[in-house]
Design a protein around this ligand. Structure first.
Ligand code: MEV
Length: 439
């Protein structure tokens, strides 16, 4: 089994990292070349998304837009070593997730489970005189409607997917009064499912109108995918939590563990904090969702709606301790990602990303994404509960300021290191240090 541990990866020049990744993953350099920028790839100059492909993906295309792609290291998910591609513009996220995955490894990594890949398609039925009677009629025709919906996508059916259930809801107090909503529950297997579900709803609508005597208005997937959930959990051994920061200050395992639980309690009870706490989770989640060409807006919408499902917006994760005093973490959220269809199959880098992770089902991908989300949440809480978030950000931020001040090559590290040591990360100071270096 390839290993997700690549010691020294961080210190290698970018050009050598792909070789290391190739060694660690068992994939050839050619297979991984699509993770690189086409203009820069020494391996394959047509790697990455071409203008032509982009032109087929969106309207009015004039080019493509690049973001950094880093590799999340150290992940073990359900006993399997996984190298995780992460696309993100924010410093510290890839390092934070990798470091927390290393802490989690000591107790076996992440354990994940998923529900069946069932999505919800909604039909809004208006102009019904007797809502209860329409409800009864729809239930009486449920089997018929389900078998019709089931036959709409023969390929999905052959793969074991298709219509699973029909739920009828009455919305009482909308701005236009009461109406009926039909939920078509559709198993979409390894697809994200929007196309399959939207098609099924559009095809089923005339039959629903005929049964109810109403008018089907909207026919669209719900992004609150609360029947397609992923759960990830991990245990961090107390001894792994001890740490000494750059100033020599030490934090015991108990201090860090309790600090993390206190930080989580804040997010659990307060929506203002929960929004930021969940944003930290989404830093990890979105990075993998984007790397695999999936629809991150759908994942964001589902996550935040799910976080508010009890009537008050709260934390998506839970932190506590087990009987041995170790830290335990759990994340539960909707995860409507696919590995077939859409950009996952068109974007060369997304295809390479899926290959690198060795995922064979959408459920496996969902589990990896949730593990990265949980790891990222832990990285943020650990920093916040101890030395504060800025300490870790300092060096990376300093590098960006150094570049903005005009530093190039080795100057970047030198200027950044000096500013970090002085705890003064400002463009004017970067310029001063740079001028001294130049002399
Ligand atoms: C920053 O991108 C994310 C954090 O704010 C998350 C958190 O506060 O938990 C650090």
């Amino acid at each position: 089994m390839p290993s997700s541990r690549i010691p020294g990866f961080y210190n290698l020049p970018l050009s050598e990292r792909l070789e290391k990744l190739s060694e660690a993953s068992g994939l050839s350099l050619d297979e991984l070349a699509s993770l690189q920028n086409p203009q820069r790839s020494e391996i394959n100059a047509s790697a990455g998304l071409t203008d032509e492909q982009a032109d087929h993906m969106v309207e009015n295309a004039v080019g493509t837009f690049s973001l950094p792609l880093g590799i999340g290291l150290n992940f073990i998910v359900n006993g399997r070593e996984v190298l995780v591609p992460m696309v993100i513009e924010e410093p510290s996220v890839v390092a934070g997730a990798s470091f927390m995955a290393k802490l989690a490894r000591a107790a076996g990594g992440f354990t994940v489970t998923t529900t069946p890949p069932e999505m919800i398609g909604q039909m809004q039925v208006l102009e019904i005189n007797d809502l209860k009677a329409a409800w009864v009629q729809l239930l009486a025709h449920k089997d018929e409607l389900l078998s019709e919906a089931d036959s709409i996508d023969p390929i999905l059916k052959k793969l074991g997917g298709g219509a699973r259930d029909l739920e009828i809801r009455i919305i009482e107090d909308s701005p236009i009064g009461s109406f009926l909503v039909v939920h078509l529950i559709y198993d979409v297997r390894d697809a994200m499912g929007a196309n399959a579900v939207n098609t099924a709803c559009e095809k089923l609508a005339p039959h629903v109108e005929q049964i109810t005597g109403g008018r089907v208005h909207l026919r669209i997937l719900s992004n609150l995918a609360d029947r397609r959930l992923v759960k990830a959990s991990c245990t961090i051994l107390l001894k792994e939590l001890f740490f000494k920061n750059a100033d020599g200050r030490t934090f015991t395992g108990e201090q860090v563990r309790d600090g993390i639980i206190e930080a989580w309690a804040f997010a659990s009870a307060d929506p203002y904090r929960a929004a930021t706490h969940n944003k930290g989770i989404m830093n990890g989640v979105d990075a993998v969702v984007i790397a695999t060409g999936n629809d991150w807006r759908a994942i964001e919408a589902g996550a935040h709606a799910f976080a508010a499902r009890g009537g008050r917006y709260t934390s998506l994760s839970t932190w506590g301790k087990d009987g041995n005093g170790n830290l335990t973490g759990r994340l539960e959220m909707p995860m409507a990602v696919g590995i077939v269809g859409g950009a996952t199959k068109v974007h060369p880098a997304a295809k390479a990303a899926l290959k690198l992770m060795g995922v064979e089902t959408a459920a496996e991908l969902a589990g990896i994404i949730a593990s990265v989300g949980l790891a990222q949440n832990l990285a943020a809480l650990r920093a916040l509960a101890t030395e504060g978030i800025q300490q870790g950000h300092m060096t990376l931020h300093a590098r960006q300021v150094a570049i903005a001040a005009g530093a190039v090559g080795d100057q970047i590290e030198e200027v950044a290191a000096q500013m970090a040591a002085e705890k003064t990360v400002r463009i004017d100071r970067a310029e001063e240090i740079l001028n001294i270096l130049k002399k």
